[in-house]
Write a protein that binds this ligand. Structure first.
Ligand SMILES: Nc1ncnc2c1ncn2[C@@H]1O[C@H](COP(=O)(O)OP(=O)(O)OP(=O)(O)O)[C@@H](O)[C@H]1O
Length: 250
């Protein structure tokens, strides 16, 4: 579980996040949503330690990351897997080398054990026998799956995904969402996904934190989001014509 308590972040004089709190539970797909520029990525970067909050706490199963010393931070970082926007694979490495990379830099596992682990996660994302393919030789959806395999190869306890569906068609997006949810549930990972994709919200939003105007304006599940009664959230949820018609708004 990750607890964010009273997070405040500003750049120079501009406050981006003002006293935002949330509880992201283990084994659940937790979503941070909001309009473009609302501060979703900034929140994720504060959680993983890429940005230092002005104030507030980020607790990884009770361990405060913000004030942790170097060793403690390294310990927590080893438990984190990240799926970056666009996959962010190394173009010059093949699938196997990409997935193995975290094991090469974070562990002293023997090579045969690393390969067993790589093959295990590749099988889990249904990419067995693609070991020697280069990123340029596989589709966008396959590249995302390689990214997911790489993010979990070191038995990650925490998984962070920034817009995992960017650049994918709707059908492939749903497959990636479902894979993320299955893996989260199966390995009891605490997963946090930043997205503005309403399909993802409805499909896998077990816990949703909505940011607007620097604040957490709403939290809840995909079951409740249609009836939040929060105007800014309705503007976000019912942004397209079809959804508005569904709600009887136009
Ligand atoms: N390093 C930085 N220095 C200054 N301002 C920043 C920095 N990073 C982000 N911001 C500002 O913080 C605000 C929120 O940005 P953020 O990237 O978190 O938005 P977002 O909700 O993730 O948007 P999008 O959906 O478009 O990716 C923006 O106004 C952005 O310009």
């Amino acid at each position: 579980m990750i607890e964010v308590k009273n997070l405040v972040k500003s750049f120079e004089d501009k406050i981006i996040l003002d006293d935002v709190s949330g509880i992201f539970e283990q084994g659940k797909t937790n979503l941070i949503i909001g309009a473009s520029g609302s501060g979703k990525s900034v929140m994720l970067k504060n959680i993983v330690g890429l940005y230092q909050p002005d104030s507030g706490q980020v607790l990884y199963n009770g361990r405060n990351f913000v004030n942790a010393d170097r060793d403690k931070k390294t310990e927590i970082r080893r438990e984190i897997g990240m799926l970056f926007q666009g996959g962010a694979l190394f173009d010059s490495k093949n699938v196997e080398q990409n997935v193995k990379f975290p094991l090469d830099v974070l562990t002293d596992m023997p090579e045969d054990e690393k390969l067993d682990r790589v093959n295990f996660v590749l099988k889990r994302v249904k990419l067995e026998n693609t070991n020697k393919r280069m990123p340029s030789e596989i589709s966008g959806g396959m590249q995302k799956r390689v990214g997911i395999a790489r993010a979990i190869v070191n038995n990650s306890k925490y998984l962070f995904c920034d817009e995992p569906n960017s650049g994918l068609d709707p059908r492939t997006s749903i497959q990636i969402d479902q894979l993320l949810q299955e893996i989260t549930d199966e390995y009891k990972i605490t997963t946090i996904i930043v997205t503005h994709d309403m399909n993802s919200v409805m499909e896998i939003g077990e816990y949703i934190l909505f940011i607007s105007d620097k604040k957490k304006l709403w939290e809840g599940s995909n079951e409740d989001i249609m009836h939040s009664g929060v105007e800014a959230l309705d503007d976000f949820v019912f942004a397209n014509k079809m959804m508005r018609r569904f709600k009887g708004m136009s």
